[in-house]
Structures are given as C-alpha cells and as structure tokens.
Design a protein around this ligand. Structure first.
Ligand code: MIC
Ligand code: SF4
Length: 657
C-alpha cells in the first residue's frame, strides 16, 4: 500500500510502535525549537536530567515572546537561555531577532526532517514538507537528550486543494475556511496533508501561513509536499542544499478527504473571541476599528508585510485608527527598511515595532477598552490581547490594511471599488532573503559555558508518586474550549514569572475565577471539571505544572486538547474523561472521591474508575492512557520517571522497553 507524506517521514523516524491511528508511536527527533517563555523550564529540566549536551542534529533557542524586557526577570531569562544554549550546544537567537517560527523557517527548517518545539505553532515548516510538532517543554528536554518523542499516531486527512486564489483572497483565507468548516477542535488527533492541483499554485510562505494556523484546529500537525515551490523558497533563503522532494504515493490512503476550491474563497475574518468564528468580511463590514496590527508567526514574514505596505503607500490611515507593523523576523524588518517600505509605512501613519510576539499575547499595544482590533494573528481568545473585554478580529494583511485605511472593517474589494485606484497587491517574494545573521549565535561561537541563573529562576517542582486514595473538592467547573490562556495567562504582568513556579501559580485560572489559587491552596488538593477540548491553545506546560503545584490531583473533562493532556501526564495530574450527562450533574463545590485504588488502577491498566459525589451519587470516569503514560503518572510525572530510567542506563535519554 502506498504511503502519505506523513507516513513516509514517520517510517524514516520510527523507533517504537506501528503507524496505526490511535496507537502510540515513538519517533526520532532531528531538530528542536525552544522559545523564551517555555525554554527556561526546558533547560532547567534538561539540567535536572543531568544530560551533558544536546543530542539532536540541531537545537535552536529563540528569544521572541517578551523582548521588550520590561522587567529584569525577562532579561535574566534571556541571559539564562543564552548560557544554556552555550553550555549544552544549541543555536541562540538573540532577543529581537524574530519569532521562533519565522527565524527557524528562514535558517533551519528542512523537508523530510522531524522538528519538535515547545510552542504550539511549531508545525509552521510543515509548509516546507517538514514534520513539525508542538509539545510540552519536558518532552523537548527529553528529545534534546536523544530520547524518542511519543505521540498517538494521528489520522492523516487529505485536504485536496483545487483551483487558484483570486485577487484579494489569500492563504490566510484558506486556513480560516478550514476553521469555519471544522472548528477549533476539528483537528484533534489528526494531521492535515495538503494535496491536489491547487498546491503548486501556492508558494512556500503561503503554505506556511496555512500550516502555522492549522494549530488552531487542534491538529497534531499540517504538512504540504516538498516540490518546486519548496526548492524555490529554499534557494531564496540560501539553503537549497537541504531540498529533498517529497510527495504522497499515488495510492496513499487517507482517513478522510476535505476539498477546497481556492478559486471560490473570498476574504474571510474570524470574529471575537475564537479563531473558528469565521465569516466573510462583508458580513461584519462597517465595524469601527481603533487598532490594526500586522505581524505574528502567521502573517509577519517579509512577504506578508509587503502587501500591507503596498496598500498604505502614498495614502494615510484613518485618523481614529492606529496601525502597528511587527515583522516576524529582524531579517524581514531589515529588508523592508533597505527597500524603503518602512519609510513608506511610517509616512502613511504606521508605527513600526521590533520583531517580537509581543502584542499577540498582550505585551504592548493592548487595545483600548471595548474597542475593535483587527490583527493578522492566529488567536483571539478573550483577554489574550491584555484586556478582558477585547474585540479582536483575525484576518489577512490585506483585510487588515484595508481596515486601517477605511477606519472600519471593509471587504478590500469594496474599498478598491470605492477608491478606484487600489490594486490587489498580490504576493511577491524577494529575489534573496538577504538580511544579516548577526543575531544568530552558533554553538561554535557560544558565549557562555555555564548556566547563569538570576534570582527569579527557581527550581522545577517535583510531585510524589501517585497515591492510592484520591479525593477532594470540585474546585472549579468550567465550560467548553477553556484555553491555556485561561489557565495561565501570558500577559506581561504574569509572563515574567515563567521561571518562578511558586509565584506564577498564584495566577492559575485567574481569568476564570480570581479566587481559585487561594481556594486551591487552602483546600490542599482537589479537582478541576471542564467541558470539551480542555486546555486548547498553547503548549505551555505551566498550565499543568501550576495546578499541580497548588495541589490539584486530576481533571475531569469531556475531552482534552492533545498537548495539554500530555502535559497533565508529564506533571502527574490524572486526566479523566466524563460524559456530558455527568458533566451537567457535577457542581462546583461537590465533594469528589475516587472509590477505586487509583495508584493501583493506573499501574494495572484500569480504564474506568468509579467516582462518588457528595456521598450521594456515583459516575464512571475513563482514563485513556498508553502504558508509558500510566508509568509516568504513577511515578508522579515525567521528570521523575525519565530520571529513574536514565539513572539505570547511560548515554542519551532512553527509549521505553
Ligand atoms: C501562544 O501563542 O500562545 C504562545 C505564547 O506562543 C504559546 C507558548 C507559551 O505559552 O509560551 C504557544 O503557542 O505554545
Ligand atoms: Fe508568538 Fe503569537 Fe506566534 Fe505564539 S502565536 S509564537 S505568541 S506570534
């Protein structure tokens, strides 16, 4: 039987298991990516595992999320990361050099290779035919130590693209259309593989906008073939030597097929406050806009900013609207500056920011209260922009620039008709991506050879082995689609404590209930209850680690997001699935007791546990876990488990037997 692209790459990297959907597989990781807000824990855990140096072909550490360094704590984190990269042999990208996904695709991404990153948008270079997966930090530490990465073999879904995009429709509209059709949980347990005649009409950067935001579907990853477009991009970034062609076999079998006719797509927009609330732009036209931002790892590349620059060139943006451009990489900023585009944008009234994640997680450019912000980003979860009552819309750079010119949401086709001389800018790639590499420090040029820890950098807390009796209060009952931004917000006031778990845990679930952390501490244990897709969004393991630190023992949810569920196992919290009826029946404040011996059940493969509520009624909760996940849970988390395994072997972090 023929193979899909995913199966080809996985077969080449398979260490354990079989490529049967739903089964756990262990794969070899070629490259890792870490960033500043998840990277500190990654390296602290790498240190705790007593590993000497990075074992993967390549490891890259980026400083991209909080580059304004409002607080010495951020600067200390960056210095610690530089010292860790130097000590253990990783590339180091200095603060301001750009967003990890952008800098990685420019410098390191390679078709056919595997990439594991401690950021949920790691799948970005899937647009170059790389199999790239986001994971919790501890999984990255182990992979950097040479251990396999374990993941449930996803179903591979064929997204067949037909036709060609028309003027004003963009790659962003392709992924917004996917979100419109499938929702933020439509991709859980899946890899989307793009095929069909429409594929060759999309350049590699357009493909990377699609694979980047495939994360919002909850997908394990997204991938395109590696073809002439891939070679073309790699030539332009000066790395044609890593090109290898990669296509699915003609008789490859997919679990499902979705067909998108590119020629039928129109400009789309995601409405507040979920990336799947997608409508045609014309449906929300007329909404007054106070802020527009072009940037992020989805649409912040040189070729994303350029169309916006062309649209505002020689014009002025609306007086009541602020427009900010934050390119995805310093290389993009440098090229736009050399070509005069920065000056053109400034003359039109645009402000230019350094290359950073920044505003995407509420660090800088927080919108005014109860105002509309149109952004080219990938997420618009409520409050993520830094203010609770935000109204963030997600769109292409073209739609964003049109909104800045009109001062309201407008279909750019209508604006073009109204103005008469506004042309669809289309997509233009530079002859060469020729920015300087001054901010990228190779392992050979490392600055430090020992770890430098400032006062804010704490230890990684460990949990004891799983107990037999688990019981406590249902401390918080939450709705569907709770994001990791709800669990541990990433705004500037909180982000600075990412390496200080004691302090960070005070903010746990504060966006849902600001009494939660105090109540959890006082209760000394207890449970969380949630609806569908609990923990969607980012890879931040803090969203499991902080509840663990506060004594939470387990989470009852109707379903879990992939990375967060893995993080719960990694930090020894029991993720238990319940049905809708049970969810409806449980109330916050209920006393919950798991009647079975949990420690023994987890070790012995029990899939169901009987749970008693208020000494009054009972329900059954399911534990869906591989043998390896059960061992990790029983040991009190992955750090203790890996350390024990590692102590009994030598060399790289070991695979399971
Ligand atoms: C995000 O987009 O939510 C982040 C901030 O990049 C996170 C990583 C983090 O929380 O540090 C992600 O996507 O994993
Ligand atoms: Fe940064 Fe936003 Fe991309 Fe996350 S989604 S990596 S915060 S730009």
């Amino acid at each position: 039987m023929g193979q899909t692209i995913t199966e080809k790459i996985l077969s080449d990297h398979l260490i354990e298991g079989e490529l049967t959907p739903g089964e756990e597989i262990g794969i070899e990781i070629d490259q890792t990516l870490t960033q500043d807000t998840t990277g500190t824990l990654v390296w602290l855990q790498f240190e705790a595992l007593e590993l000497d140096e990075v074992q993967t072909e390549l490891a890259a550490q980026y400083c991209d999320h909080q580059t304004y360094q409002f607080d010495f704590k951020n600067t200390d984190d960056h210095r610690f990361l530089r010292s860790a990269a130097g000590t253990y042999g990783a590339h180091f990208s200095r603060p301001g050099n750009g967003i990890c996904h952008n800098v990685h695709r420019e410098n390191f991404a390679a078709p056919g290779k595997t990439l594991l990153g401690s950021d949920s948008h790691t799948p970005t270079p899937g647009g170059l035919g790389q199999l790239a997966i986001g994971a919790g930090g501890l999984d990255i530490s182990v992979a950097m130590g040479g251990g396999p990465y374990y993941v449930e073999m996803p179903e591979v879904v064929n997204v067949r693209l037909e036709g060609e995009l028309e003027a004003w429709a963009t790659a962003k509209d392709v992924i917004l259309e996917m979100l419109r059709r499938l929702s933020v949980k439509g991709g859980v347990g899946k890899i989307f593989e793009y095929t069909g005649p429409g594929v060759e009409t999309l350049t590699a950067p357009e493909r990377m906008t699609i694979t980047n935001m495939g994360t919002e579907l909850g997908a394990t990853s997204s991938i395109f073939p590696s073809d002439e477009q891939t070679r073309d991009y790699l030539e332009r970034v000066g790395r044609e030597d890593v090109y290898v062609p990669l296509q699915p076999d003609d008789d490859a079998e997919y679990a499902d097929e979705i067909v998108i006719d590119l020629s039928e797509l129109e400009p789309l927009i995601a409405c507040p406050s979920m990336p799947d609330k997608v409508v045609p732009v014309s449906e929300v036209a007329g909404e007054r806009v106070e802020q527009v931002i072009v940037g992020s790892c989805t649409n912040g590349a040189y070729e994303d900013v350029l169309p916006a620059a062309k649209l505002v060139e020689g014009r002025e943006i609306a007086k009541h609207t602020e427009m900010i451009v934050a390119p995805g990489s310093k290389q993009a900023s440098e090229m736009l500056a050399r070509q005069g585009w920065v000056a053109e944008m400034m003359a039109a009234g645009v402000n230019f920011s350094e290359a950073t994640c920044g505003a995407c997680i509420g660090i800088g450019h927080v919108p005014a209260s109860d105002s509309v912000s149109v952004r080219t980003f990938n997420r618009n979860f409520e409050g993520r922009s830094g203010i609770e009552d935000d109204n963030v819309y997600l769109s292409s750079p073209e739609v964003a620039a049109a909104a800045a010119l009109a001062g309201e949401i407008v279909d750019p086709r209508d604006l073009a008709e109204e103005l008469g001389d506004l042309e669809a800018p289309g997509l233009e790639l530079p002859e060469k991506y020729d920015g300087s590499k001054a901010d990228l420090i190779t392992p050979e040029n490392a600055i430090d050879d020992e770890l430098i820890k400032g006062p804010n950098i704490g230890d990684v807390p460990l949990k004891d082995e799983l107990e037999s009796d688990l019981g406590g209060e249902a401390l918080l009952k939450m709705d569907d689609n709770i994001t990791t931004d709800h669990i541990i917000p990433a705004t500037a006031d909180i982000l600075k404590f990412r390496s200080n778990i004691e302090k960070l845990s005070e903010f746990t679930l504060s966006r849902v209930d600001d009494t939660f952390a105090d109540r959890a501490k006082a209760a000394d244990g207890g449970f969380l209850v949630a609806g569908e897709n609990y923990g969607q969004g980012s890879s931040r393991e803090h969203a499991a680690l902080c509840p663990m630190y506060l004594g939470i023992e387990g989470v009852f949810a109707q379903s879990f997001a992939r990375i967060h569920k893995a993080n719960l196992f990694n930090f020894g919290l029991v993720p238990l699935t319940i049905d809708e009826e049970t969810y409806d029946q449980i109330d916050q404040g209920d006393e919950i007791e798991i009647l079975d011996d949990v420690g023994e059940g987890v070790r012995n493969g029990a899939e169901e546990f009987t749970v008693r509520v208020n000494d009054d009624w009972e329900f059954t909760a399911r534990l869906d876990a591989s043998d390896r996940e059960r061992d990790i849970l029983a040991a009190g988390g992955k750090l203790s488990w890996t350390k024990a395994q590692y102590d009994s072997s030598s060399g790289a972090a070991p695979a399971d037997d």
